[in-house]
Design a protein around this ligand. Structure first.
Ligand code: HEC
Length: 164
């Protein structure tokens, strides 16, 4: 009996481990820059299934608007318990309200936004736009390392403000 119970426990732990691996594989560095606080883990777990959790938190809006967004995602197939969704809504409303700075989407940002919000020089911003036009969308922060003449340290210092 003891052996059997031990086996079951071991199997449960393995399944959790496997699920964690699968989730990690989908979005390698997902959620790394999301602010700490209650609801963060639930947001990464539930809202990081179909797109990155950063994309899920890329809007800046009121609690009511976030509630509507979460309902929309549930209709689209987001799965979690009521408790998960309550915690997620609290987390989103607290950390991503209308007053918090909007993230910069590196695939749509203009030269002016890159200069003013990421402190790039005119030359760096132009190089980034040229690279983007030639090579297509950036997928992750690592892709920015390939932009010729761009001081990557500037990007790294503000990585919590950028999305893809
Ligand atoms: C079942 C899949 C699925 C899950 C889970 C999911 N979403 Fe989405 N979400 C989508 C799809 C599909 C889109 C539209 C396409 C896109 O932007 O990738 C989207 C888009 C978004 C957008 C718009 C992004 C933009 O650029 O305008 C936000 C915000 C968002 N989701 C938030 C959330 C939040 C918050 C959660 C967790 C409660 C969540 N999503 C969970 C499927 C999902």
């Amino acid at each position: 009996m003891m052996l059997h119970a031990g086996y079951q426990r071991g199997k449960g732990a393995f399944l959790i481990f496997a699920a964690a691996l699968a989730a990690a594989a989908a979005f390698p560095a997902a959620g790394m820059d999301l602010p700490e606080g209650p609801g963060r883990q639930a947001t990464i777990r539930v809202c990081g299934k179909c797109h990155s959790p950063e994309k899920g938190t890329s809007l800046r809006q009121s609690r009511d608007e976030w509630a509507a967004e979460v309902s929309k995602m549930i209709e689209m197939g987001a799965q979690g318990s009521d408790e998960d969704f309550n915690m997620i809504l609290d987390y989103l409303a607290k950390n991503f309200g209308p007053q918090s700075p909007r993230p910069i989407n590196m695939n749509t940002a203009t030269a002016v936004q890159l200069e003013s919000r990421l402190t790039l020089t005119k030359t760096e911003a132009a190089a980034l736009l040229r690279y983007r036009a030639e090579k297509g969308e950036f997928k992750s922060i690592d892709d920015l390392k390939n932009v010729p003449g761009l001081d990557f340290k500037k990007i790294e210092a503000r990585k919590s403000r950028i999305v893809f």
